[in-house]
Each structure stands twice: as C-alpha cells, then as structure tokens.
Write a protein that binds this ligand. Structure first.
Ligand code: ZN
Length: 253
C-alpha cells in the first residue's frame, strides 16, 4: 500500500517535470533569468540545458528587420478578436494581459487564438535600425500548437485611451489582478495592418524556435506618463537583437 502510494507520487512528479520540460512556455519555471548581469541575455544559453537554444539557435528573435531585403507580398492580417475578461499579470519579467477568450486572428489562412499580450521596453524588434521606446507582443496559438506573434510598436505622443486602464492598474510586484473591464484586442490595433514577417523564437528563455513574427509597420502612441509608469516597474526588459542569418523578410500591405 505504502509502496504503491510512493510509486504514484513518483510517477506524478516525473510527469509534472516532463510536462514542464516539454512545454517551452513553462520551462523557465526552473531557472532564474533576467535582463542584466550574470542572469542576463548574454548568459541565458549557459544557465541550463533547457535554455541551450538561446545560445545555439540560428533563428532567434528579436532582429533588426532589414528593409532592403524584404519581399513584397499581399496576405492581409484578418482579425477576429472579441471582448474578453482576463487578468493583468506581473510575472517578474513583464506585464502580461492574459485573455480568457479574446478571439483569434487569421494569418496566411490559418487561425490563431489570442492567448496573451505583453510589453518590452525599449522595443525588441527594430526596423532598419529604428528603435521605438516600447512594443507589445500579441501571442497567439493555433490548434496544432504553433505560435504566432503580432508585434506592435509604440511611440510617445497622445495618451493611449484603449490601454489606459491597464497602464493605470498594472501591478508593481509579482501578482495577478483581474481586468476591471473586458478587453478587445481589435480596439487596440492600428487602422491598417501592413507588416513585416520573419521566422523567429521566443525572445525569453527557453528561446524556442518555430515562432512566426508579424511586426506591424504602423506604430501606436502612448503618453510619456504611460511609458514612465511601465518603466518604473520594468526599466529594461528587451533582449538584444540577434543575427538575421539570411532569413527571408516578407512585407505585406
Ligand atoms: Zn515578447
């Protein structure tokens, strides 16, 4: 009886460990990492076996998008987002808005459900050397588990009314709080959605590849006060740019 119980316990913990390891999104639960010093981006690949791709990967994100190499195409982003409840999470690395049922987007004929969006300062991607002070990554998943990220740049200007509540209530320390009102990704997007597409990776450990990035060419605005509010919690949470390594960039209107 006791042995059987123990075996069950062991089997269970092995399963949990395996589930964590095999799920790239959760593998970073084990190891501490950050944006400076010994745990910083230059050392991510050496912090543990499960972060090795951060060092050895050839299709890593973010990149400085080389406009001269972009191939023109015409595959518009088709948003099908909807209003959803959710949570604002400070996960120790960024502020992340996790949506319960925020709808989906159709990219090149495939549907991807929105899971969460989060912010980086300064912006992670650059376009022909240009760098914005903030970007959002909208993280989507298809039913087969493929991840697609829509990137949105922010420049300093008018207050962003759609994000007002989120910027006012984001938790300064690690915790989750419910959104005070439903949020619709569709209401936050620029009016037209030209983008640059490249094949990349998670920009945080474990840096798993196979992530498609659709970086919107038109930036949105936030006020200096909104930028300050985010930077007060996370002064810098952007991975440095990685080599393009001959990757194809597609530009679509
Ligand atoms: Zn990101």
């Amino acid at each position: 009886m006791y042995v059987a119980k123990m075996m069950n316990k062991i089997t269970l913990s092995v399963c949990i460990a395996f589930a964590l390891l095999s799920n790239p999104v959760f593998a970073d639960e084990h190891l501490h990492w950050g944006y400076s010093g010994r745990d910083g981006p230059a050392n991510w690949g050496a912090l543990g076996e499960e972060f090795a791709t951060c060092k050895t990967g050839r299709l890593q994100a973010p990149i400085d998008i080389p406009l001269g190499l972009a191939i023109q195409n015409d595959f518009p982003i088709k948003p099908h987002y909807k209003s959803s409840s959710g949570e604002i999470v400070n996960n120790g690395h960024t502020i992340q808005v996790v949506l319960a049922d925020g709808g989906s987007v159709n990219l090149l004929g495939q549907d991807y459900a929105i899971a969460q969006f989060h912010f980086h300062t300064p912006a992670e991607e650059r376009v022909s050397g240009k760098r914005y002070p903030l970007n959002a990554h909208l993280v989507h998943k298809s039913t087969d588990g493929t991840i697609a990220v829509i990137g949105i740049f922010f420049k300093v200007g008018a207050e962003n009314a759609v994000l007002k509540n989120i910027f006012l209530t984001m938790p300064p320390k690690e915790e989750s709080i419910p959104l005070t009102e439903k949020f619709d990704i569709g209401s936050m997007l620029p009016r037209s959605l030209p983008y640059y597409k490249y094949a990349g990776s998670l920009t945080t450990p474990p840096c798993s590849e196979g992530v498609s990035f659709y970086i919107l060419a038109i930036p949105l605005e936030i006020s200096q006060a909104q930028l300050n509010a985010f930077q007060k919690i996370f002064p810098l949470n952007a991975r440095p740019i990685k080599p393009v390594n001959g990757r194809m960039i597609v530009y679509s209107r």
